[in-house]
Design a protein around this ligand. Structure first.
Ligand SMILES: [Mn+2]
Length: 326
């Protein structure tokens, strides 16, 4: 039963290998990048030849982590003794690196996703782990590492807080907090790392958020709607991805049951993000041809701002009426 393979089995495979290819998933998140760089540094300290890669480039916000510039988007030139996939819910998440990784002599899957898409000869897969970084640390302990370097601790701490929302999400377990403590003791700076992973952003993003919040209206039934039109992006010189997180800044206002952010991507075309407080916004999204999770969904609607807002407001007021009371 592969899914019960242990960190000790991974450590033994690492011990036997000279060259090791480690890779994380495409569009890598903090857990992917932090786990990759933490493991890379640990393997280098053991004298291994390491090729670290992600199929698409890692976000620049993680450039401060040691080894960031060594992350390739290509497979290694030669077939490695050992390949380790990190944080991949299925080998397909390796994108263009998949074939090269699966071609290694021995393939290891280290992951904390559902556990139904595991692969490789050795599978260290534990859905109860809050982050893949926790499993990387288990392997490091099995390799005899007493204490990570400050650089390794920083990478793994960045990974841990990325996946736990800085110890706020429901996966924040005693084990996650214990690992956090261990990494801070080893030199990870929690204040600096939470800023770098979560809150540092371009001034354009702040200006864009100011515009979104100044447009915010709360209509009857607890439906909060903010809009960002073409001119808001033009005047703040902000790009579309800088809207990330804006909706979360008003969804939690007391009295809001459904939060909506409208972004005008083309003249008259609105990208809609919705969040529900126990309100099923996925059904509303599907009415407009979109989809998503029950309490976090999206769709695209065409029309004037007033028209689109009115249609969404009516659908969401219905959804609030059908939801359990706040
Ligand atoms: Mn993860």
């Amino acid at each position: 039963m592969h899914s019960t393979d242990t960190a000790a089995a991974v450590a033994a495979a690492i011990g036997d290998a000279g060259s090791i290819f480690i890779a994380a998933h495409e569009n890598p998140d903090g857990d992917a990048v932090g786990s990759l760089l933490g493991l890379r540094s640990i393997l280098l300290s053991l004298g291994k030849r390491v090729h670290a890669a992600t199929p698409t480039p890692p976000p620049a916000r993680f450039r401060f982590l040691e080894g960031f510039d060594a992350i390739s988007t290509d497979p290694p030139a030669e077939r490695p003794d050992l390949a380790i996939a990190l944080d991949c819910d299925g080998a397909d998440r390796l994108g263009k690196l998949k074939n090269a990784l699966l071609a290694a002599e021995t393939v290891v899957d280290i992951d904390h996703h559902g556990g139904t898409n595991t692969f490789g000869e050795i599978r260290l897969v534990d859905p109860s782990a809050a982050a893949t970084a926790m499993l990387v640390m288990d392997v490091a302990h099995e390799l005899g590492m007493q204490r990570p370097t400050p650089e390794q601790a920083s990478a793994l701490y960045a990974a841990l807080i990325a996946d736990t929302g800085c110890f706020r999400f429901t996966n924040t377990s005693p084990a996650a907090l214990r690992l956090g403590a261990e990494l801070v003791a080893a030199g990870a700076d929690p204040s600096d790392l939470s800023r770098r992973v979560f809150t540092i952003r371009p001034m354009e993003a702040v200006r864009l958020e100011a515009r979104a919040l100044s447009s915010l209206t709360l209509i009857d039934g607890g439906v909060a709607i903010a809009t960002l039109a073409r001119e808001d992006f033009a005047q703040t010189e902000a790009s579309a991805e800088l809207t990330e997180g804006i909706i979360d800044d008003f969804r939690d206002a007391i009295g809001v049951r459904a939060a909506v952010l409208l972004k005008e991507s083309e003249p008259g075309t609105w990208q809609v993000s919705m969040r529900g407080d126990r309100v099923d916004v996925a059904t509303v999204a599907r009415e407009f041809g979109g989809g998503g999770h029950r309490y976090a969904a999206g769709c695209t609607i065409e029309g004037s701002r007033d028209d689109v807002t009115a249609r969404l407001a009516a659908a969401l007021q219905d959804a609030v009426r059908e939801a359990p009371d706040a």
